[in-house]
Design a protein around this ligand. Sequence first.
Ligand code: FAD
Ligand code: DHB
Length: 389
Amino acid sequence: MRTSVVIIGGGPAGLLLGQHLNRAGIDNVILERRTRDHVLGRIRAGVLEIGTVEQMRSVGLGARMDRKGFVHDGTIISYNNDEIRIDFAVHTDRSVLVYGQTEVTRDLYEGRDADGAQTLFEVDNAVIEDATTDAPFVTFTRNDQGHRIDCDYIAGCDGFHGVSRPTIPAEVRREYEKVYPFGWLGILSETPPVHDELIYANSDAGFALCSMRNANLSRYYIQCDASDDPASWSDQAFWDELRRRIPGAYADILQTGPSIEKSIAPLRSFVCEPMQWGRLFLCGDAAHIVPPTGAKGLNTAASDVYYLANALKRHYLDADGAALAGYSERALARVWKAERFSWWMTRLLHHFPDQSAFDHKMQMAEVAFLKSNAEAQSVLAQNYVGLPY
Ligand code: FAD
Ligand code: DHB
């Protein structure tokens, strides 16, 4: 079998890249290790930057998103009972769209179906061969049979635990990592959101986030021990802890109900340089991870895809290879800014187990500065809505 671009990973990065290529008439095959239902069932990101939104529209998949997504022009940052509203409309010409990753992924799979593009699910043992030659190929097993696809390029969109990044030899790869000493316990509940904007709350008891999916579906997170077992957190214990961490005015009106999903995510900052090796290009979580505090994970995957899709289009449609050669440098320039913002938000809003009284005072002073300074609010707003591509 032969195709122009083999895309390893059918998560949001691989699917969005595939959709860009389909629209440009560039042949591609997606190899996904799990089933489609498994990929569609993963509850993850909830906030889309305008750049991600515009890409979905540009690949012909904006209709459901524009109908069902919620435009947000601001967000709340709180510390105990004190709160600051960050007004995106005042500080930027952008807003964000609350539309879940599950919906984005569903729209992308439906678009791929409509285009008749090939996706192979339950693919095992994918191996990238000869990436530094002009005849790379990928081997894999499926239904106990061995397969090989020859191609021009390989897009490694297979997430943090995929095979693409480790294919780059250790002596070429530079990895930068920070693991945070806590996780996020998240629940989904069929209750109305406590507020019509997101609330990022720090408190003496730690961090909490109030988010949503729609008028009767709420997504809440609380900082927890990374080693906690979600099953050991009863719904009641979750709601009690959330109430302690958000301002009293919201705690008083919080509507609770049974959780329909409960999971713990670890928090990590990670970047791999370079994001390309020969004819292999990394996109999204395969190359970098951010802690979720700034809502940048999915959005940074999307900005990588934007750069790679454009570079591939210039190569195939305009015979211009320069953009492909510059992909890693271009993508990393934006990745590092998203890393900085996510790290800063994480540091501002969490209780660190080893934090001293001085560290605590610094955090409070930073919140107080943010509250009193319009330029500081503007910096937060610009980063949150998404830096330009
Ligand atoms: P992924 O979504 O990881 O997709 C990679 C795909 O590759 C997967 O479908 C996987 O099955 C497949 N794959 C892996 N290995 C192979 C292989 N060897 N062969 C074939 N296929 C393979 N971001 C936010 O902004 N907000 C959040 O609240 C948030 N919560 C998160 C919670 C969790 C538990 C995780 C893991 C991430 C979360 N993120 C969040 C980050 C966000 O979901 C990711 O940044 C986003 O999914 C990245 O998309 P991706 O396509 O690069 O990677
Ligand atoms: C959601 C997750 C985030 O990490 C975030 O910063 C904002 C929203 C969410 O799941 O809704």
